[in-house]
Every structure is written in structure tokens, then in C-alpha cells.
Design a protein around this ligand. Structure first.
Ligand SMILES: C[S@@+](CC[C@H](N)C(=O)[O-])C[C@H]1O[C@@H](n2cnc3c(N)ncnc32)[C@H](O)[C@@H]1O
Length: 320
């Protein structure tokens, strides 16, 4: 009988890899940083606040779809399956599935934000003492190993939050192929995908009135200061987020207010006034364009549901 919850033992990103990615991104033209580094403990907590904002429709729309379809999803999950969640965050949407799927074998949340992950896994275990919980602190864009207890069970994947939209489309396809290898032939993937919609609605969602998304974006520089000893002045940068219709993506940037220089890991990084660091893309798909990408990556669409306004979609796919 496996122990119900396991302690995490390793950080998901070595500091040397963080430093190398930061220096590579800030010395490139144009400057950019990988969005996965938003998520240290402070970043994960800020993301949770974003999900509560009135402008941030994706969480509410996805929860609405999952609540309406939880019984349908539960009926599709094989008895005794391990649910593997990619980018689990607070596991709040998982609780909707757990309430409907009573015969899951285990739950393995995978997240890069190791400390936050451990806290959420502990909380989930307190709520569901009989559920085997196996958190995995890993970067899901790199190969990682599933816990032994989960390897021997049939596996189903859960990837909510439209986190797939943070990948470039070719990376998203590679992720889906890799997820298929990890989950196995015949497995299910339940995946939330944000949809193209009115530009105003999109832009408001990433430019909230309370400035929480701006704080989330700026936390990336604060994290570089904390962990790599840099001295970014956060007041010297502005949050920019806009919809790039041609590329069908929201872009987030940090724009330098004036010309200045910052030392990062021994490198001098020069900023022109108005120069930006591109920190995140959030690609928006149509139901059809996402289905086509999934098929190209070896997944067959089984079901797709949207909310009443067709702002958001949840797809159920099967591999192979
Ligand atoms: C957009 S949030 C979604 C959180 C949650 N699934 C939801 O639907 O509200 C993205 C989540 O994925 C995690 N994440 C981002 N990039 C990651 C990566 N490369 N590997 C593992 N986890 C990652 C973040 O820590 C965060 O919890």
C-alpha cells in the first residue's frame, strides 16, 4: 500500500539553468525571458490572485465547463487510473474532477513551482486522505520521470488553464506528442484551451485594473534580483500586454521607462528607453485549429465543450 503523500526532494530548476537562460534571454535581440520562470512561490501566489480577477474570464469559464461536464469526464476515466496534471498550480480545477471521479488510483500534480506544489499537495491530501498523491517538481517541457506508484496504473492527463497557449505552436505540438508518450497509447488528455475572441475582452484580461497582472510580470525581475543577485529597479519598467492578431496571441512585455544599464550574473545589460523584455505569449486558438494541432501530434479528439459565450474550450483527446 503506497504512502498517501510523498515529500518532494528536489528543486525543479537548478539555479545554474535559471542563470544561463536569463543571461541568454537578456543578451539576445529582442530581449526575452521564458515564462516558466514567473512561477516561484511569489509568482504562483500572484497567479492565484489573477484567477480571481473580474477581468480574467478564463478561470471562470473553464470551471463552468468542468462543473457541467464533470460526470461525463469521470465516466471516460478508466477505473483505478492515475490522473497526471501538468502545471497543477493550486489544483483547484482538479477538485471538480476528484468530486466526480471516485475511483481514481492516484493523483500526480506536476509543477515547476516546487514549494507551492508541496503546499498544495499537502492541502489536497488533508481534504482527500485516502487519495494517493504523488507531486512531481519538474519542468514539463523537459523529459521527467513519473513516480513508481503511478507508472503501474493506467494514466490520464489533465492540462487546464490554457497553459498550452504559453508554448509556441511547434512547442505545443511537441509537448502533446511527449505527453502521449508519458501517458501511453489509449490514454485520455483533458485540456483547457482559450479561444480567439473580441480584442477588448482579451486585452482587459491581461491589463486588470488592480495591477495584479503587472505585479506578476514584474515579479520575474524581482525573482532575478532575489535569486541571481541582480539590481533591477522595478519602478523602471512598465507592464505591457496586447493582442497580436496576426500571430493570434496576447504578448506580455516589460518596457524600460528610460535608458539604463543593469548587471546580471556579471553581464552588463543595456536598455534603451522603451525597449522591452518579451516575457510571455498566450496563444489563442479556435476549436478547429487546436483540434488540427492535436491530431497532428497523434491525439484524436473525442469531445469538445465550450462555455455559453464560446470564450473557452475543454477538449478530451485520446492518444494513438
Ligand atoms: C497558467 S498557470 C495554470 C495553473 C492551473 N493549472 C490553472 O488552471 O489555474 C500555469 C501553471 O503551470 C506551471 N508551469 C509553467 N511552466 C511550467 C513548466 N515548464 N513545467 C512545469 N510547470 C510549469 C506554473 O507553475 C503554473 O502552476
Amino acid at each position: 500500500m503506497p504512502a498517501p503523500v510523498r515529500r518532494l526532494d528536489a528543486a525543479s530548476t537548478p539555479i545554474s539553468a535559471f542563470a544561463a537562460d536569463v543571461v541568454a534571454g537578456l543578451t539576445a535581440t529582442p530581449k526575452h525571458l521564458p515564462p516558466k520562470y514567473f512561477y516561484d512561490h511569489a509568482g504562483s501566489a500572484l497567479f492565484e490572485r489573477i484567477t480571481q480577477l473580474p477581468e480574467y474570464y478564463p478561470t471562470r469559464c473553464e470551471i463552468d465547463i468542468l462543473q457541467r461536464r464533470a460526470a461525463d469526464i469521470a465516466a471516460l476515466l478508466p477505473p483505478g487510473a492515475a490522473l497526471i496534471e501538468f502545471g497543477s498550480g493550486s489544483s483547484s480545477k482538479t477538485r471538480i474532477l476528484l468530486a466526480a471521479a471516485k475511483n481514481l488510483g492516484a493523483y500526480a500534480p506536476v509543477d515547476i513551482s516546487a514549494q507551492f506544489l508541496q503546499q498544495q499537495a499537502d492541502a489536497l491530501h488533508r481534504e482527500y486522505p485516502k487519495l494517493v498523491v504523488r507531486p512531481v517538481a519538474a519542468d514539463f517541457s523537459q523529459p521527467f520521470v513519473l513516480p513508481d506508484a503511478v507508472q503501474i496504473m493506467p494514466r490520464s492527463g489533465f492540462f487546464p488553464g490554457s497553459t498550452i497557449g504559453n508554448f509556441e505552436p511547434h512547442e505545443a505540438a511537441a509537448f502533446l506528442r511527449n505527453a502521449g508518450r508519458i501517458l501511453g497509447r489509449g490514454s485520455l488528455l483533458i485540456i483547457g484551451v482559450d479561444l480567439v475572441k473580441d480584442t477588448q475582452v482579451l486585452q482587459k484580461a491581461y491589463n486588470d485594473a488592480q495591477g495584479v497582472t503587472a505585479a506578476f510580470n514584474l515579479n520575474l525581475l524581482a525573482r532575478i534580483n532575489r535569486e541571481l543577485g541582480a539590481k533591477f529597479n522595478l519602478d523602471g519598467f512598465e507592464h505591457h500586454a496586447f493582442f497580436n492578431r496576426e500571430r493570434s496571441r496576447i504578448e506580455m512585455h516589460l518596457a524600460a521607462i528610460k535608458r539604463h544599464r543593469v548587471r546580471v550574473c556579471g553581464e552588463c545589460i543595456d536598455f534603451r528607453a522603451g525597449e522591452t523584455i518579451h516575457t510571455e505569449n498566450s496563444y489563442k486558438y479556435s476549436v478547429e485549429s487546436f483540434g488540427a494541432m492535436a491530431r497532428g501530434a497523434g491525439w484524436k479528439p473525442l469531445e469538445v465543450w465550450t462555455d455559453a459565450r464560446s470564450y473557452f474550450s475543454v477538449h478530451v483527446l485520446t492518444f494513438g
